[in-house]
Every structure is written in structure tokens, then in C-alpha cells.
Write a protein that binds this ligand. Structure first.
Ligand code: GAL
Length: 979
């Protein structure tokens, strides 16, 4: 909202002093005395950023508190920042003047010209003070004392960095005679008539009247001569309007003019309604394909940077994100203007989380203690009052993970009375006692199905409560833990959500990694996480958990989300392609549909097809004969279907691909028949062929097609991902019957990483038992087992066609009985010279893909340099697997190198590869990228298969169909020289 009333932005450089305790002398508030010598600080900022100075450091905790759980008290060691600045006013037209703080963590007191103004708690909430009496023309002195810890700390235990300071704007606001204290335009849309209706709610003195509300574009003007007139008829019909939706964020300018002030608002017409177990906007059901968004910048912390936030939201829109939950507090107010403008459904959450009480079974939880009632209501009022004019906000959320209790119920009741136009959300209301929608975090897809069904146990509910929550619309306020490489398994959630109208989708945890960029180490960028600042209590890299990296770089997880969340989806069905329009209200008119036949040689034929599918409907069209013929006439060709934007939008240019699907049926040549290898090789024998030279004692390569290559050796290990290490919602590997998993889905189980390490998969040892040869072939047999373990693999490597230019490696793996845990991968590991660093491949790409994260990658010809092939997470881990591989070329800058083709194999699925500067074992032990050793050889993993990713850092493990279970494997690769 803009106003013509005067305002002074008090951002800038302030005098600043940091004390270790809360009781430092108040020797800086006297306007006549110069403050003691101290430093300076930028407002807004957090005093611990940038880190490394003498102003303390950020602390990262999830549930734990960095102070004792001793509510409402805080320790004497309480970092306290004193701030002061002068400002000069002249001809100030303020009948009244407000001093506004948009965000201060966590508690503060204010003095103006030596007089105490007041104090406040509630870090991410606005607070305004009336300073009329203390202000004067000329020089004024403003002093603020901020404490890092306060009673508010117990209400702000969100999973994030603790970042004290005045981190949002400070503004002086003139309130002229006849101004309006508060205006709320409630703009509804009637989906029957197509009309808009505005209800005006004003907080103003009598001298503000008459008040005129105009919407010039609609040629509407309404004059309220006095308060009685407004109260008698606060609403008026504005005729036909274009409604607001996240897909079509139509805003209208509204001018509200009182006797003393003119304000400009942007309003959007839309109506949220709960109809049984469905939530409707403008009469149409909606599905959240959303993300949880913390306010975070890798250098600024929670300080708002409009350009960065706009870029963030544009990245969301380009990846089919249609909704944001503002986890777990209101963001900077401008963020919501951008959501209104670009089109995102918003769940606006209050700044509240008392998670630390979970550790003491919620004993003493403020949420159920009347002594905290006022503080809870204060938080909710400040949330709703600041943001109620935004059409993008369609639900209010009471907060996060604060247990349950009367104070939450009171917040909900207050909200329902103040704003009946928006339903109330809070996940911790498991039984549906005081909220309007049923919300859960991290259910398994099985649980979702149970929730959607008419019966079956529901977490935390007695039968009657389960029946009650089944009468409500359901959403997942968090799912799909995006820590590190992943998340996997999103497609399953999407299928379940699509199949049940009660389920309204959900919000990925979470949008962005919260790594704080610190001084480069060893020349590389370094994003710090919990513990990196020497915190005594911290939660490590659990804060590195986004679909985009700390600096906003999209991950393959985001690309996967985009593919699964596309508003239009395709399915190949025989000779036809089905087009499902899952949009809320848009037809498919904005898209150009193209169907094509492609192969490793490029596009063989392409054709645009015209198909108009209304929202919520599905149509099919026949694959054009020309395209089908081109695909069937070529060797290993595939069909592609895309929907691309027809014209530029506010968030992407024409041609931007919104949705894509492919059908590929690779040919499967037969495996070579068993061969005989009549000659046993002895140490010292010459084992050289045209294509390769081997070490006669180990059977390992010395040279392949002119390059020094080492290996191949069977490998089962991958550097565990954050989800492999996660303890989340239980494992599918316990041998539990499916029926058990269908219930609550919360069965314990060790993380995959633990099971894998316990079985020694990270420490395989190889014992070559024989090397034998024929004229142009070699066979190496070995036994592979783990240190301290008895289970083994019998492995045979057969090299065939060694006198030809393209030798074939056939690998046979026979596990002995008793393997009882999944494997991270199964394939062979080779090392190549470091100069072979250009990679191009025909297969899935350009992003990484795994069995349960395979929708975002498409079959094509892709290329990348080794240094950008893999994602370097803040904690190194497995990444960069490319699946569905036909061939990969690995070359130096002169184009010399090796081509590896997928050879015949026993299974129908194609293999994949990982190519990295570091081995899986090196990545495994490094906790930060700068700990990785300098690399002298490149590591090529040719994987016959890999284990899925899951989202077990918080959610379910890899589902059984994507788990890699031990078994006999036979696969082959053919090698050629390039250049
Ligand atoms: C949830 C919580 C989030 C975050 C997430 C971690 O329980 O609401 O704030 O901590 O887990 O995956």
C-alpha cells in the first residue's frame, strides 16, 4: 500500500555497541550527551553477520534451544545490541507520528529524545509506537536496545539460524489530520455472476470522512460521507471482473481518499470457500504444488533484498511452484506484494514455534498456559492486521510445531471472527479441534491414502476425531525433505493427491539451503552450516535442505518437482497421447504443444498439435502418423511431447517448457554366450592386446585404447546422501508386511547409511582368484567381501574383442546367500586421467536422476564439464548419477578420449554413470567441500543399478520398488577411442 502521507526511512548507518549481558549501562540514550565510543552498524542487518568479526556468531539449531529451557527467563549472558541515530525533521506534517519497526530479533526497547517510547517482542512482526509527544522539529535522537534472548525466544524456536538485530526497516510515519489508521478492502468474486464485490473496513477518526473508494479501471466510485454511512452499507458490487488466481494474478488499482490522506492499493477479487472436504477458490478446487519458504539470503540472513526475492519467486514460477507457506513467520511485507503480482497461493504463518517443549513431553508448553494467552493473541493480531489486504493469502496459519492448547485455539477463534474470509491452518491440531483444514507433515503416501479413504486409523486421532478430520480438506504443510541429493519419491505423492479430491497437495520442505557464505576457503566458496561457528549446541547441516542451493542455484530436486508439478501432464497410451489439464482455472490455450521423434542424431520429425483442454479435464489425440513412422524407422528413437509458453509472461519468456513427457523403448541386444578362456595367466606374463593392456597379477587395466585407465572393480558404495542418513518416518526394509506400513507408517528403522556401514559396504576388499585368457579375451575372477564380514560376491570380469577397436567388458556378479540389506549401487569403478574432463552423453539429463527422481531428466544428447556435472552440496555426498544411458563420451580439450556404450545386459532398465573428481569414499568422509583432497584422477562409476533417494531425512525411506536389493547381475559396456 502506498500513501501520500510523509514517511522517513531510518535505514542507514547507526551508532552500535554490543554487550555480553542485558544490563549494560543505559549511557547512550541521553540526546544531549555523545554516546560512548563504539562501532557502527547498518540498519537493517543482523549484528552477527558477516560472521568472523567481534560481534558474535550465528547459531543454528532445529528443535534445541541455545539457552536453558527455563521459561520465561533467559540467562544473564544475553548479547545486547545498543543502537542510536540522529535524524532531522523540518515542516513535519504529523498531527500524529508513528515509529514503525518491521522486524527486530528478539526483544527491544526504544527511547526518543531521551524519553522511553516502549518495548516489543515478536521478531518477525511489525510494531508501531505513537511518538507524537516526543518528536520535535529539528534534531531528534533515537536509541534502541535489542536483546538476543527474551521470553519471545521460547515462542520462536523455529528450525533456522538465530540472527539477532534490527533486521527490517525502521520508519517514521506521519499521520496527518483526517488520515486513515487502517483500511481493508475485502474483494470477493462471485463465480456464478462473475461480479466482484468490495467490502470496505476502515479504522479512522470522524475527521477522516468523507472517504472515497475508487477503482478507476472498473469505473467504480463509492463515497462514504460519514461513519454511519460506511457502517450501514460497507459493500458495493463492482460488476464484471477478472478474478485473481495464482495462475492469472489480476490486480486492480484502488484509491482510498480520506479527508487527509490518499492511499493506493492493489486489490484482487477472489473468494475462498470450504465446501465439505474441498477447499475452493472462486468456486474451483485447487491443489497446492508448493514450497515452504523461509526468509533467507546467504550473505544477509533474513534481511530483505527485493531483487533477490523477486529472483527467488521467478525461479519458483518457472519450476511450476504455485504456492508458498511462509514458514514459519510473516516475511517482509514486500514479498507478499510480489506474490500478489506474480501469482502464488500463500499460507501466511504467524511467528510462533515452541518446539523445544517437545523434549520435555510438552510440559510447560506456553501454548496451553493462560499466562501466555496475550502474547499468542498479540502475535496473531499483528500477523493478520499487517497482511490482510493481500489476495495471494488464502489461509492463515497459527504457527508451527507448538504442541497444542487453549492459546492456539484462542488465536484461531480470534482469526475466524476478524477475518471470516480465510480458513485457519495449524498442523499441530491433529484432531481438528480448532482449525478449518486438516494438515499433516511428512505422511507417507500410504498414510495419505488412508486419510483419503473412508476409514482407517489416523495419526493421533480417536475414531471420532478421525471421522472429523475426514470431513475437512487435507493438505501436507511439509513433505519431500529436500536435504542434499533428492528428494526421491515425489511422483508417488502426486499420484495419490491427484486421485483424491479431499487431498489438496502440499509444500516441499523446503525452498532454499540456509548456508551462510563465509570467507572462501582454499579458493572455493564456502557455505557454513550448524557447528561451523563453534556453536556448543547445534544441528549440523540439517539447515541445508532446499530445492535451491544457498545462493539460489536450482538443484535437480527442483527440476524433478517442476516435472511432477506441471499444470499440464501427458501420458502415452498406445497410439495416442493424453493431455491432462490440472490447472485451477486456465485452459491450455497459453501453450504450444509439440510432439517429436528424436534419436541420438537429433530431432527426426516434429509437429505442433492443437488441443484445447479445459481446466480439470483430460483429452487425447492421435500421435501424428509422420512422427510415429519417424520413431519406428530409426534405431533407438524416442517420442517427446512438450508444452511451451506461447507468449511471454511476467515470469518466463515464450518458448519456456512447462511440461514434457517421453516414451522410449530401447532395443535389447542379447548377451554374448559364455566363452572359454583356455590359458591361465601367471605373474610376469605379457597381457597386452590391441585395445588394452592388463596387469597380469591383478587382471586390472593398465591402459585402455591408449589411455592410462585403472579398474574396473565392482563397487557397491556411494557417499551417503542426507536422506540415506536420515531417520525420518521409518524404513521399508524391515521386512514389515505392506499392511503394517499402510497404517501410521511410522515404524522405526535404522537409516540406510547405518545398515550399509554395518554390513561393510564402504570397505570392500577384492581377492583375485584367477586370470585367464584366449587370443582376444581375458577373464578375471575375484571374490569381493567386506572387512570383518563373511558375505561375499563372486565376480567375473570378461574382456572380449580385445583385438578389435571396441572391446566389450562383461561383468557377472553372484552374491552368496544371506545379503539382507539394500545396496547403494552396483556397478564398476574405473579411474581416468584428470585431463579427460568433458562429458557428453546420450541418456537422461541434463540433470542427475535416480530411480525415484527420474521425472525431471529427459532422454537426449547432453553435455557438461566434469566440474559442473555434479552438485557440490555444503556437505559432500553422492550426486550426479545419470540414468537411462546409451553412451557417454569423455574427452580432453583436444577431443581425445573414450566412448562407453551400454552393452547387452540382463535387465530391461538401462544403466547409468557418475563421473567425478572424487571417489565415493573421498566424498563420504569430507564434511565440507574444502576438506576434499586435491584430485589427480577422475572417477568413473558405470552403474548397472542404483538405490533410490527417498526423503527420509524427515519422511519415508526409498519405496520398495525403487530399492536396490542384492541379486545376481550381468551387464556389459563397450569402449571406443575418440580422437
Ligand atoms: C519440520 C519443521 C520444519 C523443519 C523440518 C525439517 O518438523 O516444521 O521447521 O524443521 O521439520 O525437516
Amino acid at each position: 500500500m502506498q500513501t501520500d502521507a510523509a514517511a522517513v526511512d531510518l535505514a542507514g548507518t547507526w551508532w552500535f555497541r554490543l554487550s555480553p549481558r542485558a544490563d549494560a549501562p543505559l549511557d547512550f540514550i541521553d540526546p544531549e550527551a555523545a554516546p560512548p565510543a563504539a562501532g557502527e552498524i547498518a540498519v537493517p542487518s543482523h549484528w552477527v553477520l558477516p560472521s568472523g568479526g567481534d560481534r558474535g556468531n550465528p547459531i543454528y539449531t532445529n528443535i534445541q534451544l541455545p539457552i536453558p529451557l527455563d521459561p520465561p527467563h533467559v540467562p544473564d549472558e544475553n548479547p545486547t545490541g545498543d543502537y542510536r541515530r540522529d535524524f532531522v525533521l523540518s515542516e513535519w506534517d504529523g498531527a500524529r507520528t508513528l515509529l514503525r519497526f518491521d522486524g527486530v530479533e528478539s526483544a527491544f526497547r526504544v527511547w526518543l529524545n531521551g524519553q522511553e517510547v516502549g518495548g516489543s517482542i515478536g521478531s518477525r512482526l511489525v510494531r508501531e509506537f505513537d511518538v507524537t509527544e516526543m518528536l520535535h522539529d529539528g534534531r531528534n535522537v533515537l536509541a534502541v536496545r535489542v536483546h538476543q534472548w527474551s521470553p519471545g525466544t521460547y515462542l520462536e524456536d523455529q528450525d533456522q539460524w538465530w540472527l539477532p538485530g534490527i533486521f527490517r526497516d525502521v520508519t517514521l510515519l506521519a499521520r496527518p489530520v483526517g488520515s486513515v489508521d487502517d483500511v481493508w478492502l475485502q474483494s470477493d468474486f462471485d463465480d456464478d455472476s462473475g461480479h466482484g464485490r468490495v467490502t470496505v473496513r476502515l479504522d479512522a477518526e470522524d475527521d477522516a470522512f468523507p472517504v472515497t473508494v475508487r477503482i478507476p479501471e472498473l469505473d467504480v466510485e463509492s463515497v462514504f460521507s460519514d461513519r454511519a454511512a460506511l457502517e450501514a452499507a460497507p459493500s458495493f458490487d463492482v460488476g464484471q471482473v477478472d478474478p485473481w488466481s495464482a495462475e492469472s494474478p489480476r490486480l486492480y488499482e484502488a484509491i482510498v481518499a480520506s479527508a487527509g490522506e490518499t492511499m493506493l492499493l492493489r486489490t484482487g477479487f477472489r473468494t475462498v470457500r470450504i465446501d465439505g472436504d474441498r477447499m475452493l477458490v472462486n468456486g474451483r478446487p485447487l491443489t497446492f504444488r508448493g514450497v515452504n519458504r523461509h526468509e533467507f539470503h546467504h550473505r544477509l540472513g533474513r534481511v530483505f533484498d527485493e531483487e533477490a526475492v523477486r529472483a527467488d519467486l521467478l525461479t519458483m514460477k518457472r519450476h511450476n511452484v504455485n504456492a508458498i507457506r511462509t514458514s514459519h513467520y510473516p516475511p517482509h511485507p514486500r514479498t507478499l506484494d510480489l506474490c500478489d503480482e506474480l501469482g502464488l497461493w500463500v499460507i501466511l504463518e504467524c511467528d510462533l514455534e515452541t518446539h523445544a517443549f517437545f523434549f520435555v513431553d510438552w510440559v510447560g508448553n506456553p501454548s496451553d498456559d493462560p499466562a501466555w494467552r496475550a502474547a499468542y493473541l498479540d502475535r496473531m493480531e499483528r500477523t493478520v492486521e499487517r497482511d490482510k489486504n493481500h489476495p495471494s493469502i488464502i489461509l492463515w496459519s497459527l504457527g508451527n510445531e507448538s504442541g497444542t492448547g487453549q492459546n492456539l485455539a484462542a488465536m484461531s477463534s480470534w482469526t475466524a471472527r476478524r477475518d471470516p474470509s480465510r480458513p485457519v491452518h495449524y498442523e499441530g491440531d491433529y484432531t481438528g479441534a480448532y482449525t478449518d483444514v486438516y494438515s499433516r507433515m511428512y505422511p507417507t503416501p500410504h498414510e495419505l491414502e488412508t486419510i483419503a479413504a473412508e476409514e482407517g486409523d489416523i495419526f493421533g486421532c480417536a475414531p471420532a476425531e478421525a471421522a472429523r478430520v475426514r470431513t475437512r480438506p487435507m493438505l501436507m504443510c511439509e513433505y519431500g525433505a529436500a536435504l542434499g541429493t533428492g528428494p526421491g519419491g515425489l511422483d508417488w505423492y502426486d499420484e495419490v493427491v491427484d486421485a483424491h479430491s479431499r487431498l489438496h497437495g502440499g509444500f516441499i520442505w523446503e525452498w532454499r539451503d540456509h548456508g551462510l557464505e563465509v570467507e572462501p576457503i582454499d579458493g572455493g566458496r564456502h557455505f557454513a552450516y550448524g557447528g561451523d561457528f563453534g556453536e556448543e549446541v547445534h544441528d549440523g547441516n540439517f539447515v541445508i535442505d532446499g530445492l535451491v542451493l544457498s545462493d539460489g542455484t536450482p538443484t535437480a530436486g527442483l527440476v524433478e518437482f517442476a516435472a511432477i508439478s506441471a499444470p499440464v501432464r501427458f501420458a502415452f497410451a498406445g497410439e495416442t497421447i493424453e493431455v491432462r489439464n490440472r490447472a485451477h482455472s486456465l485452459s491450455t490455450a497459453p501453450y504450444v504443444f509439440t510432439v517429436s521423434a528424436e534419436s541420438a542424431e537429433g530431432t527426426l520429425a516434429a509437429e505442433e498439435v492443437t488441443i484445447d483442454v479445459p481446466p480439470g479435464e483430460t483429452s487425447a489425440f492421435a500421435i501424428p502418423a509422420r512422427i510415429a513412422e519417424a520413431a519406428s524407422g530409426a534405431d533407438d528413437a524416442w517420442l517427446s511431447m512438450t508444452a511451451a509458453l506461447r507468449s511471454d509472461t511476467a515470469w518466463a519468456c515464450a518458448g519456456h517448457v512447462v511440461s514434457r513427457a517421453q516414451r522410449s523403448v530401447p532395443t535389447r541386444p542379447p548377451l554374448p554366450s559364455p566363452n572359454s578362456f583356455p590359458t591361465v595367466v601367471r605373474t610376469g606374463d605379457d597381457l597386452s592386446f590391441t585395445a588394452a593392456t592388463f596387469d597380469a597379477s591383478t587382471g586390472g587395466l593398465v591402459e585402455l585404447l591408449g589411455f592410462p585407465v585403472e579398474g574396473p572393480r565392482v563397487e557397491l558404495w556411494r557417499a551417503p546422501t542426507d536422506n540415506d542418513r536420515g531417520k525420518g518416518a521409518g524404513s521399508f526394509e524391515l521386512g514389515a508386511p505392506e499392511s503394517t506400513l499402510r497404517g501410521l507408517g511410522r515404524i522405526p528403522g535404522e537409516p540406510s547409511e547405518k545398515r550399509w556401514r554395518d554390513r561393510g559396504l564402504n570397505r570392500l576388499r577384492h581377492r583375485v582368484t584367477s586370470v585367464s585368457r584366449s587370443t582376444d579375451a581375458v577373464r578375471i575372477e575375484s571374490v569381493v567381501g567386506a572387512a570383518d564380514k563373511a558375505r561375499q560376491l563372486r565376480v567375473a570380469y570378461e574382456w572380449l574383442d580385445l583385438e578389435a577397436p571396441s572391446p566389450l567388458l562383461v561383468v557377472d556378479i553372484l552374491p552368496d546367500a544371506g545379503w539382507d540389506s539394500s545396496w547403494p549401487r552396483v556397478g564398476v569403478h574405473l579411474t581416468l586421467p584428470a585431463a579427460l574432463d568433458n562429458v557428453s552423453w546420450v541418456g537422461a539429463g541434463p540433470h542427475e536422476s535416480y530411480p525415484d527422481m527420474a521425472e525431471g531428466a529427459w532422454i537426449g544428447v547432453h553435455e557438461r564439464h566434469i566440474d559442473v556435472l555434479n552438485t557440490m552440496h555444503a556437505r559432500p555426498q553422492e550426486s550426479g548419477h545419470r540414468s537411462n544411458l546409451r553412451r557417454v563420451d569423455i574427452t580432453d580439450d583436444a577431443g581425445h578420449g573414450l566412448r562407453v556404450r551400454t552393452g547387452p545386459r540382463r535387465t530391461a532398465d538401462l544403466p547409468g554413470f557418475v563421473y567425478s573428481r572424487w571417489s565415493a569414499h573421498e566424498l563420504d568422509v569430507a564434511t565440507h567441500p574444502f576438506e576434499l583432497p586435491s584430485s589427480t584422477r577422475n572417477h568413473l562409476y558405470l552403474d548397472d543399478a542404483v538405490h533410490g533417494l527417498g526423503s527420509r531425512a524427515c519422511g519415508p525411506d526409498v519405496e520398495p520398488r525403487h530399492a536396490l536389493w542384492p541379486g545376481a547381475r550381468t551387464f556389459s559396456f563397450r569402449f571406443e577411442r575418440l580422437g
